[in-house]
Design a protein around this ligand. Structure first.
Ligand SMILES: NC(=O)c1ccc[n+]([C@@H]2O[C@H](COP(=O)([O-])OP(=O)(O)OC[C@H]3O[C@@H](n4cnc5c(N)ncnc54)[C@H](O)[C@@H]3O)[C@@H](O)[C@H]2O)c1
Length: 228
């Protein structure tokens, strides 16, 4: 990397916190943004709440002075890349996208003309969410155009918790963008934190890949004999 890039990871949970750790280790300046003030307070106290990340790791990234846990949207100002890792729970069988909608309103406020920033959604969701839900909010709030003034992509989180062989860096990372230039930017970022980046044809293909993977895991789990 040339100049140190300013990365925002919105959501410091099971997906966002490990990503923030790897990005700090790769040399990025990272704001770990979360609306949960208790989690932010815990991070500032150098205390982890995620099984895969121990508290020493939180101390290590805080010591670099390149990790800022915060619940203030203003810390996003001047970001180069924002990665969204907020929850998408099912409510009565339908995905609740309110956290994505919420965080998009905040990220959109910090998109600036001429800065060519990049926004990537990692949350698990149905095909079409990035194009039909995320992008319209970012464009409305910023008054800018996706694919022209800023880059957008979708890259599913594929981590298999507890898997000793496939961890953050060596799990192939599926990436996608709204057109070639967005895909190039998204691939460039993930290539700096993951060993193997796999470009999908488009946003919806990457979103569908995650739905298929979850379906595959559900079937596998359902076939585990209860006697095990
Ligand atoms: N946990 C996993 O193993 C896993 C694996 C693959 C994909 N995913 C997907 O990744 C997404 C995140 O999952 P998770 O397990 O990290 O969830 P999580 O609940 O552990 O963390 C999400 C964090 O986002 C925060 N948040 C909610 N609204 C916010 C907002 N508007 N702005 C900023 N922060 C906000 C929450 O406070 C929470 O700390 C989900 O879509 C999930 O389905 C999770």
């Amino acid at each position: 990397m040339g100049t140190v890039k300013h990365l925002v990871v919105a959501g410091q949970g099971y997906v966002g916190l490990p990503l923030a750790v790897e990005a700090v280790r790769s040399g990025y300046n990272v704001v770990g943004y979360d609306v949960d003030e208790q989690k932010i307070a815990s991070l500032k106290r150098e205390t982890s709440y995620i099984a895969d990340i121990n508290s020493e790791t939180i101390s290590e990234i805080l010591r670099t002075n390149r990790y800022t846990p915060s619940s203030h949207g203003r810390e996003m100002r001047g970001f180069d890349i924002a990665i969204i890792t907020v929850p998408t729970p099912l409510r009565d069988g339908d995905p609740d996208l309110s956290c994505i909608e919420n965080v998009a309103e905040t990220v959109g406020r910090f998109l600036e003309k001429g800065q060519r920033q990049t926004v990537v959604l990692e949350s698990t969701t149905y095909p079409g969410t990035t194009r039909d839900v995320l992008i319209p909010i970012l464009e409305r709030v910023s008054k800018l155009t996706a694919g022209v003034d800023f880059h957008v992509g979708f890259s599913p989180e594929r981590i298999d918790p507890g898997n000793k062989t496939w961890a953050f860096r060596n799990t192939p990372k599926i990436v996608s963008g709204l057109g070639d230039e967005c895909l190039r930017k998204v691939s460039e970022f993930y290539s700096s934190v993951c060993d193997n980046v796999v470009p999908a044809k488009g946003l919806e293909e990457a979103e569908l890949a995650k739905v298929m993977e979850n379906t595959f895991r559900h079937v596998n789990i359902a076939l585990v004999p209860t006697s095990l």
